[in-house]
Design a protein around this ligand. Structure first.
Ligand code: NAD
Length: 467
């Protein structure tokens, strides 16, 4: 028996105990988990810096997101856990109806590398709030973070409630072969398909948090300076390794040139304010590894070889895993940069003449995780919202919809994912919404009129229900 299987069985052994734990007990554990994280914050900052060249404040913002989730769960858990009474209906006349959110059992959380701490802990908070045992599989591409995550979890929770499984693809595959009750996955959609297939073997429910090509629409009425500032930030943040980052801009042709000048200027203003060069900026992070560096620089060279024009940036240095923030125009559908998620600091800009064209361009790709609209025209905003689909959307801003408000569920649609994370929706995602009907036994409410042989009275009731 492998070590992984034995550790999984240890988690399984606590299922009933955790299911019957009180809201107060779960809240205490969440607080303890947060205390463990806070005590290691400097180490978490250092790991982010070593792995992705991040600024301490960027990683601190990731921890703020986690704390907001914990605080929200601690504050609301008692209300989430208690039976939720629901209104009666003709079919349940005289009976008491309620929903009880029960734990699913053992949840596996497989995370990506780009925000390793949040991706491990945010789903874990929902899993713990819902009374599940949890197995965490951090990304092997962020090993320092993974080690700290393992130590925090081991310090805060017993081994039969939460465990960390470090390792690469082999570890992930072994975990996927086990009968978890729910698999929560963050990553690309090639592996998403593998997860979905593995879940089928055990009828595990799944949450898939994936990515895609999130578009930006800028119409003729937009405040361009404002849009360019926010988009420069949205694309360069975490070196573009953000699942909801703006990937490509579809802009009204009358504003394209002005926008290209503005975004180039804004990248300099935000990321090269001391004039030492973008590659020396403490605010421009690095690509996680050489493989992804090669993939992203390959997308730029493929686009250029097929006629794309470099408006800004374009250079890269594999020795420091640096990709210069890059803006491309004159892009076409045959370029890989328009087909694949870049997940790096490269933005493509393309013009549109009329609104219908925008919808056609977006529809060429699978449903994105996010969609951004810059416009001052409310009619146009409604048109773009109602004629597209995405996991989330933001008007006149970007990247502010995730991890910012536990009342806003986060997730994708179709190829960008399924299921929701955060707050009450995240709690429900990792719970079994169990419908319970209580039948009072007095003769006024406990009638068996629906049993054969059917009476005229029953016939009248049913036929009335058809009207
Ligand atoms: P990835 O798919 O390469 O890896 C994710 C996880 O899957 C890792 O834990 C890895 O060990 C495991 N894995 C890799 N290959 C596997 C295999 N063959 N079988 C089983 N498991 C395997 O993803 P990534 O490159 O680390 O992350 C980038 C992607 O994640 C992007 O597409 C991005 O958009 C997406 N993402 C989505 C969200 C979200 O919340 N929607 C957040 C962050 C990242």
């Amino acid at each position: 028996m492998s070590d992984i299987k034995t550790r999984f069985e240890n988690l399984q052994s606590s299922t009933l105990r955790l299911r019957n734990s009180t809201a107060a007990e779960r809240a205490e554990k969440l607080k303890k988990l947060w205390a463990g994280m806070l005590a290691r914050k400097e180490d978490i900052f250092k790991a982010g810096n070593a792995e992705r060249g991040t600024h301490d404040l960027d990683v601190a913002a990731e921890l703020v997101m986690i704390k907001a989730e914990i605080d929200h769960a601690v504050k609301n858990l008692a209300g989430w856990v208690k039976p939720h009474k629901v209104k009666g209906a003709m079919g349940t006349f005289g009976k008491k109806c309620e929903i009880r959110y029960q734990s699913k059992g053992v949840v596996l959380n497989m995370a990506a590398y780009n925000a390793p701490t949040a991706e491990c802990f945010v789903p874990m908070i929902s899993a713990m709030a819902a009374g599940n045992a949890i197995a965490i599989k951090p990304s092997e591409y962020a090993p320092q973070s993974a080690q700290i995550i393992e130590e925090i979890i081991a310090g805060a929770l017993p081994a039969d409630e939460a465990q960390t499984f470090q390792g690469g693809v082999e570890t992930a595959q072994e975990l996927l072969s086990l009968p978890f009750n729910h698999i929560y996955y963050t990553g690309g959609n090639a592996v998403g398909k593998i997860v979905m297939k593995a879940a089928a073997d055990h009828f595990a429910s799944i949450t898939l948090e994936m990515g895609g090509k999130s578009p930006v629409i800028i119409d003729e009425t937009a405040d361009l300076e404002n849009a360019a500032t926010k988009l420069a930030w949205g694309r360069v943040m975490n070196a573009g390794q953000v699942c909801i980052a703006p990937e490509y801009v579809i802009i009204h042709e009358s504003r394209q040139e002005e926008f290209q000048k503005l975004i180039s200027k804004k990248i300099e203003t935000l990321y090269n304010s001391d004039g030492k060069g973008l590659e020396n900026s403490q605010y421009v992070p690095r690509i996680i590894n050489e493989r992804h560096h090669g993939r992203i620089s390959g997308l730029i060279s493929d686009a250029v070889s097929k006629g794309a024009e470099v408006v800004f940036g374009g250079s890269s240095d594999v020795s420091t895993r640096y990709i210069e923030p890059t803006v491309l125009t004159n892009v076409s559908e045959d370029m890989k940069v328009m087909q694949e998620e870049v997940f790096g600091p490269v933005m493509a800009v393309m013009p549109f003449k009329n609104r219908e064209e925008v919808i056609d361009i977006i529809a060429k790709r699978p449903n994105p995780l996010a969609l951004y609209i810059y416009s001052k025209d409310n009619d146009a905003v409604e048109y773009f919202l109602t004629n597209t689909s995405s996991g989330s959307a933001v008007v006149n801003n970007n990247c502010v919809q995730a991890g910012t408000n536990p009342n806003l569920p986060f997730g994708g649609v179709g190829a960008s994912g399924m299921g929701r994370a955060g707050g009450f929706e995240g709690f429900k995602e990792l719970s079994n919404a169990r419908s319970i009907v209580h039948q009072p036994l007095d003769r006024f409410r406990d009638f068996l009129i629906m049993l054969p042989p059917y009476s005229d009275k029953y016939k009248n009731i049913i036929m009335k229900g058809l009207k």
